[in-house]
Design a protein around this ligand. Structure first.
Ligand code: SAH
Length: 232
């Protein structure tokens, strides 16, 4: 069932999954369902295929991932970064989360699946002051981590000028997008496109595509408490 959902979804997008990818998605699903951690509220294989795997793979229609460096901020159970790595083995993926147990789960899982995603435990706003990570990525992704004005300050500093930040949001996020415009401007971004997309079963989700057009000023991101208390 999971395999059918994913194969049909990808075929409709004009994308073919690499050999063996469906078997990896099945093992991923099994690992998620048996993990003692509370990694997801989504249960069952069909909903996992639609709301986690297909939702993550939707980004394949929005940017070229092959050969790119990608960081997934607040990846949790690996979404969207790990499905993207499974679908496009030739992209260099870093999975970032501030919760050690989640990163430990992902590290074990990547080992079991023989998928070479880098699993990093840390906070996005701290990584942004490490020269190995600041403005180092072609693509920064993030789903369900924070409101867009806050999320922009966490993510945009990690994107290289010319790179892309993709925020996964619900369709009811018009006000949230407007509220984030000053943060996007200030931190060197420009909203390129708001793309609504359909998942199998008819749910519509949204991706906000932010281009990095110039360097992020050196004082940003601020400390987390400041970002949240006084968003740009
Ligand atoms: N992206 C996943 C998980 C969302 S839950 C999904 O869509 O299913 C949000 C996750 O972001 C949590 O795992 C939390 O630990 C992590 N997180 C929150 N703030 C963060 C920060 N500043 N830096 C890194 N990770 C963060």
């Amino acid at each position: 069932m999971l395999e059918e959902v994913l194969e049909k979804y990808c075929a409709d997008m004009g994308f073919s999954l690499p050999e063996g990818a469906c078997a990896l998605f099945r093992r991923y699903y099994e690992a998620l369902s048996s993990a003692p951690l509370n990694l997801t509220a989504v249960k069952g294989e069909e909903d996992t295929a639609r709301l986690h795997f297909a939702d993550s793979l939707a980004l394949l229609a929005m940017a070229e991932f092959a050969g790119k460096t990608v960081i997934d901020v607040g990846t949790g159970g690996g979404f969207p970064g790990l499905p993207l790595k499974i679908a496009v083995p030739g992209c260099d993926v870093t999975l970032l989360d501030s919760t050690g147990k989640k990163i430990a789960f992902l590290r074990d899982l990547c080992g079991e699946l023989a998928v070479s995603a880098r699993c990093v435990c840390g906070r996005a706003e701290d990584l942004a002051f490490d020269s190995r990570h600041r403005e180092a990525y072609d693509i920064v992704t993030s789903r369900a981590v924070a409101r867009l004005n806050v999320l922009t300050e966490l993510c945009l500093p990690l994107a290289r000028p010319g790179g892309l930040f993709i925020a996964m949001k619900s369709v009811g996020s018009d006000d949230e997008v407007d509220e984030a415009r000053p943060a996007v401007d200030k931190l060197g971004g420009r909203i390129r496109e708001i793309r609504d997309y359909q998942l199998p079963g008819g749910v519509t989700h949204r991706a906000v595509l932010v281009e990095k057009i110039s360097e992020t000023p050196s004082g940003y991101p601020r400390k987390y408490a400041k970002i949240v208390k006084n968003p740009l």
